[in-house]
Design a protein around this ligand. Structure first.
Ligand code: TGC
Ligand code: FAD
Length: 390
């Protein structure tokens, strides 16, 4: 049975509204009922469980902060964070699908698109009838997306798109892809590419040891004719995709707290029950050190995420503040997963418990949406004024 209790050492619930708590219990109940029972098998088989898409839509995971007129839920940023936290308590791969759909596909169409594009795409993305992917990373351009080579040429009545994107979440089954490509002038623009366009293919990437319940693949464009009305006209330059990443990274800062909570809760429960040398292992100082440090780090991460949510609500959060929270919280979660796995001894490596799956998933989360190193360099640049990237 799922006995999960949400760690709340500093009574952070006092800061939440009744609406936040209702949103949390709806998401938590859904994860418990529809995700936790099937996710281990999906991860073992390396399959994204498509059956959960309608449920994700129902709990408001697709476009929580997108206005209701476009099918979103019109919620605040803390609600968005809470939903990501609850989903990632189930699995980071499921949260990835929600992050991509909301912040990397719906967000750019909402912010940079025309009214026609919003009306055509957003309502169907909100219900999950259409699923989206986001193509920024290329085989030779990961941390340095500004160097991308994917490009499009103006052919009068359409654009001709060529190039390839790698490591794209949801690509194998996406209906639409928001793709970042350079114009003939070398400026980065977003284009909406739709499944079925000739020359567009999405092969799956196999043999991952991480994020196995999420489908990852390529986006390949060979002379794809993209209608002119599919260009996102209202923002261009590298700042356009990076603006989407700010929103997704914020969601991740909350999401990983869910994975960490699940690992902590499982390890605490196990430590109280597992008897060695005639005592519960929770009575040994070494195990207490692990558990006490876990709850301390979770509490610090919760405070960071909550305050960042307030700043986001006021539209005052800077990109560097978001980087700090993404970096700190993912690092916190991955360390907790590793320690929690040890507390479970041999049982920790099995699929009977969620910890090893979280631990392996977080190896992707620490790399995608800007690596651990890149976010440190963003903080370094912000506080010193010196750019150490190049
Ligand atoms: P740089 O010269 O610093 O900046 C270029 C332009 O962008 C602006 N900018 C931002 N705008 C909005 N939000 C941000 N966070 C921004 N950061 C920078 C900047 O002001 C500038 O604007 P302008 O008008 O002057 O042109 O660019 P750079 O080439 O030096 O690169 C900077 C760097 C390294 C920080 C950036 O490129 C970076 O963040 N790299 C990491 C790449 C990354 O995060 N990729 C993620 C791919 S998507 C993904 O992983 C999805 S995972 C699936 C899931 O979410 O579950
Ligand atoms: P690289 O950029 O080659 O980095 C390799 C190492 O070098 C890293 O440790 C990095 O920190 C370090 N490094 C790089 N530059 C510097 C520097 N200037 N100073 C110091 N160290 C540096 N991308 C998308 O566009 N859409 C998606 O949906 C998506 N989903 C993903 C899903 C998964 C499962 C994974 C694993 C990745 C996904 N990505 C996606 C790609 C992800 O964003 C990139 O993997 C990430 O940005 C890093 O790029 P890279 O893998 O090319 O590593």
């Amino acid at each position: 049975p799922d006995l999960f209790e949400s760690p709340d050492y500093y009574n952070l619930d006092d800061l939440l509204t009744e609406e936040h708590k209702l949103i949390r219990s709806a998401a938590r109940d859904w994860v418990k009922r529809d995700v936790s029972p099937i996710i281990e098998e999906a991860a073992q088989k390396a399959e994204f469980p498509k059956s959960i898409i309608p449920g994700l839509a129902e709990i408001g995971a697709f476009g929580p902060y997108i206005p209701e007129e476009y099918g979103g839920s019109g919620l605040d940023q803390i609600s968005y964070g809470i939903i990501m936290q609850e989903i990632e308590r189930g699995d980071s791969g499921v949260r990835s699908t929600a992050s991509v759909q909301s912040s990397l596909v719906m967000y750019p169409i909402w912010k940079y698109g025309t009214e026609e594009q919003r009306k055509k795409f957003l309502p169907k993305l909100a219900t999950g009838e259409w699923m989206g992917s986001f193509g920024l990373t290329e085989p030779d351009h990961g941390s340095n997306p500004g160097g991308m080579v994917t490009n499009f040429k103006d052919k009068g009545d359409h654009y001709l798109l060529n190039g390839a994107k790698l490591w794209i979440s949801n690509s194998p089954f996406c209906d639409v892809a928001v793709v970042w490509a350079k114009s003939e002038e070398g400026r980065i623009h977003g284009l909406i590419v739709e499944r079925g366009m000739e020359g567009f293919s999405t092969p799956e990437t196999h043999n991952k040891w991480s994020l196995r319940a999420s489908a990852t693949g390529e986006l390949i464009f060979q002379d794809v004719k993209v209608p002119k009305e599919n260009l996102l006209p209202n923002k261009s330059g590298l700042g356009a995709p990076l603006g989407c990443l700010d929103s997704a990274r914020y969601g991740i800062a909350w999401g990983v707290i869910g994975a960490a909570m699940d690992c902590y809760d499982t390890a605490l429960r196990y430590a109280k029950e597992r008897i060695q040398f005639g005592k519960p292992i929770a009575a040994f100082q070494l195990q207490q050190k692990k558990l006490a440090e876990m709850i301390t780090e979770i509490t610090k991460a919760q405070l960071l995420a909550y305050r960042l949510g307030q700043l986001k609500n006021e539209d005052r959060a800077t990109s560097a503040q978001i980087s700090m929270a993404k970096r700190n919280n993912v690092d916190m979660a991955i360390k907790i997963a590793r320690e929690a796995r040890q507390i479970l001894g041999g049982m920790g490596i099995t699929g009977e418990y969620s910890i090893m799956r979280h631990m392996m998933n977080l190896e992707s989360v620490i790399t995608y949406e800007g690596t651990h190193d890149i976010h440190l360099l963003i903080t370094g640049l912000d506080i010193t004024g010196h750019n150490a990237f190049k």
